[in-house]
Design a protein around this ligand. Structure first.
Ligand SMILES: Nc1ncnc2c1ncn2[C@@H]1O[C@H](COP(=O)(O)OP(=O)(O)OP(=O)(O)O)[C@@H](O)[C@H]1O
Length: 654
């Protein structure tokens, strides 16, 4: 069949071919039956088996010989064509109570009639509820698929709450059933009692039971709400936590874009997750309640009279009443899956309902999709995911191998140009050099704030991104020039984030960081409030507390980026001595004041994004290179009265 033919003709031709195939299968079966028993009769089970085989054959043919655009349409038609005869025959059997042969098999006219009926129902159906490939553009289909994937994600997030949700569902079912039962009592018993001969005992019995059912219904409703709210709070908490964790894994540049400023994240974290939770609560609750009540009603209706229940009028009425409360797509879905609904259970129905809610747009413009799309965006923003390495013993050897790096905002400017260096465990390494040399950029890569453009930063021989994110941040501690302190006590700031930390450990860390003396002098010692952002402490004191906070974690790698710059000389000297005495850890110090790094085990001089010289202080002084010249300049300046400010100025222009 030419693919260039008009789509309607093409679709009609495909349908016609499949219909011919189906008739051919019928003819073959009929001929075989005649040949076997001379009668051509077929019992109900054989009929079901035959039509299932026929369905598989037609479906395979349609998959092989037609293009994907009309396959969804064909699937529905094939299902109808294959199963309408056995369904009809099964209903007939239920009515008459006998398993009788399917009369149309030997009658070609009836076979054609059943095919025509299936096709007619199919056409009416497709016109009344247009969906599928014929009516949906590729965009809508894509949206549907996305919505489905997002729904599955939300369901995955809800996995830890299955018990809560299960309990909520149980209470909901009980509440809805009690409500249905009280209706039954009201409509059936009262009306029967009042319309017949009034009997006081019967009337009292009905009143008592109705009151009891209403009471139970209210009680179960309350418990259902409680359970839903509980599981939703837990879901909200988990999602916020996941969102926050993902935020923490973003590169710094992610936070620098205009759209991703602080308020934006606060709104995402607080209001969007909350909105999402509420949308889910409202919709799942309404959906399940409607479904359980519907099933309950159907059950009672079947109890009263199944014939009435299956009569077209009551079916239409039921579907219409359902339609008032729910979307038309759910009606489509219910009509399709209604025979399976009881069998598969309400949970499956909930999943489909959820899928429909999202794909029909009820949640897509709302908070659910906003949140999930945001997460999706964030995931695509994450260039490299964290690995799963978390060795018990970490040596702490850091290696840069020809690392090249440039910031996103300046992609053509290399902040690091093929940098090769090594930081050894048990040694204090100093990064020195003029401003803009690339020292901080190295530290940023060590912390995985950014990823190198070329080659890798290795930790104990393995790329940093192979390590677990949390593990890495437990093992690497950094103190910057302007550390962040939080409103709270000195102790709170030192032990920040650690569980079960003793006061003794806090004091020990403070002692090492030379903070103990000034802390003791504070009015309330360790319990003194440091104020908002540590505003009640001096810049040097804040640096001491930040160093104590790093030391208490006993990190394998300690990075100090100008972390002693605001301290007075004696405190600075004490901290330097402490750093020089560290035995096993890898210590990296960035300093502008070259005299503070003289005792370092290894000095690396960086300039213009490259390592220019490296060695010990003595070695670098002997070669009289950049380190030597810079030191000489600084020394000359320091002998002049205006040394400090000018020194920074010179550093910038060296
Ligand atoms: N966020 C950023 N975005 C774009 N370029 C940056 C950014 N941070 C630094 N740079 C550039 O990268 C280069 C290296 O800067 P880096 O901060 O690593 O130098 P540094 O040696 O630490 O300087 P300083 O001693 O003044 O802190 C400089 O040219 C700088 O302008």
């Amino acid at each position: 069949m030419s693919s260039k033919a008009h789509p309607i003709y093409r679709t009609a031709a495909v349908h016609f071919c499949l219909l011919c195939c189906d008739l051919f299968i019928w003819a073959c079966v009929w001929a075989t039956l005649l040949w076997l028993d001379g009668e051509g009769s077929l019992d109900l089970w054989c009929l079901w088996a035959l039509r299932t085989i026929s369905c598989v054959v037609l479906y395979s043919l349609s998959t092989i010989f037609t293009d994907t655009s009309i396959q969804p349409l064909l699937k529905r038609w094939i299902a109808l064509l294959s199963f309408l005869p056995p369904v009809f025959d099964s209903m007939q059997t239920m009515r008459h109570g006998t398993v009788r042969g399917f009369s149309p098999v030997p009658d070609p006219g009836m076979v054609i009639l059943s095919s025509a009926t299936s096709t007619l129902i199919y056409i009416v159906w497709e016109m009344a509820f247009p969906h599928g490939a014929s009516s949906k553009g590729a965009r809508n289909q894509k949206k549907d698929e996305e919505a489905k994937a997002l729904l599955m994600r939300v369901i995955r997030y809800s996995r830890p709450d299955y018990l809560h949700l299960g309990a909520a569902f149980l209470f909901l079912s009980l509440a809805a059933l009690c409500e249905c039962f009280s209706w039954k009592l009201y409509y059936l018993n009262f009306i029967d009692i009042l319309s017949g001969k009034y009997q006081h005992t019967n009337f009292s019995w009905a009143i008592e039971h109705m009151a009891l059912c209403s009471l139970e219904s209210s009680m179960f409703s309350g418990m259902r709400s409680g359970m839903f709210m509980c599981s939703l709070s837990r879901l909200n908490k988990r999602i916020r936590h996941m969102l926050f964790q993902n935020l923490m894994k973003q590169e710094i540049s992610f936070f620098l874009t205009k759209t991703n400023q602080g308020d934006y994240f606060t709104s995402r974290l607080i209001s969007d997750t909350d909105k999402m939770g509420r949308s889910v609560a409202m919709n799942v609750n309404v959906l399940l309640r409607s479904l359980v009540k519907t099933c309950g009603m159907l059950f009672f209706m079947l109890n009263l009279s199944w014939q009435l229940t299956f009569s077209p009028a009551s079916k239409c009425h039921f579907l219409l009443s359902f339609r008032i409360h729910t979307s038309p797509r759910l009606v489509n879905l219910l009509m399709l899956i209604w025979p399976l609904l009881n069998f598969l259970g309400l949970t499956v129905a909930m999943l489909f309902r959820g899928r429909n809610l999202i794909s029909s747009g009820q949640l897509s413009s709302g908070s659910l999709l906003a949140f999930v799309f945001y997460q999706k965006d964030m995931v695509t923003n994450m260039k490299v995911s964290a690995g799963d390495l978390a060795p018990e013993k970490l040596e702490g050897r850091l290696t840069f191998e020809k690392v090249t790096f440039s910031y996103h905002s300046r992609p053509n400017e290399k902040a690091l140009k093929s940098v090769t260096l090594e930081l050894s465990p048990g040694k204090l390494t100093a990064l020195v050099g003029p401003s803009g040399g690339g020292k901080t950029s190295c530290v940023c890569l060590l912390q995985r704030f950014y990823e190198p453009k070329e080659d890798e930063v290795l930790l104990d021989g393995k790329p940093l991104y192979h390590y677990q994110h949390q593990y890495l941040h437990e093992k690497v501690a950094m103190v910057s020039q302007d550390p962040v302190l939080f409103s709270g006590s000195v102790r709170y700031n030192i032990e920040y984030g650690l569980k079960d930390c003793t006061l003794e450990r806090v004091k020990e860390a403070a002692r090492k960081a030379n903070a103990h003396n000034f802390i003791c002098k504070l009015e309330q010692g360790d319990d003194t409030d440091v104020g908002e952002c540590g505003g009640q402490l001096s810049a040097g004191q804040k640096q001491c507390i930040a160093i104590a906070r790093a030391l208490i974690r006993n990190p394998q790698i300690l990075i100090l980026d100008e972390a002693t710059s605001h301290m007075d000389c004696s405190t600075q000297q004490a901290v330097q001595d402490m750093l020089n005495n560290i035995m096993d850890q890898t210590v990296l110090v960035i300093a502008h004041r070259l005299e503070t790094v003289e005792k370092a085990d290894h000095i690396i001089f960086m300039e213009g994004g490259d390592v220019v010289e490296q060695g010990t202080h003595q070695q670098l002084m002997v070669i009289e290179g950049r380190y030597y010249r810079l030191r000489e300049k600084l020394f000359n300046l320091e002998t002049q009265p205006q040394n400090c400010d000018t020194c920074e100025l010179i550093l910038i222009t060296v």
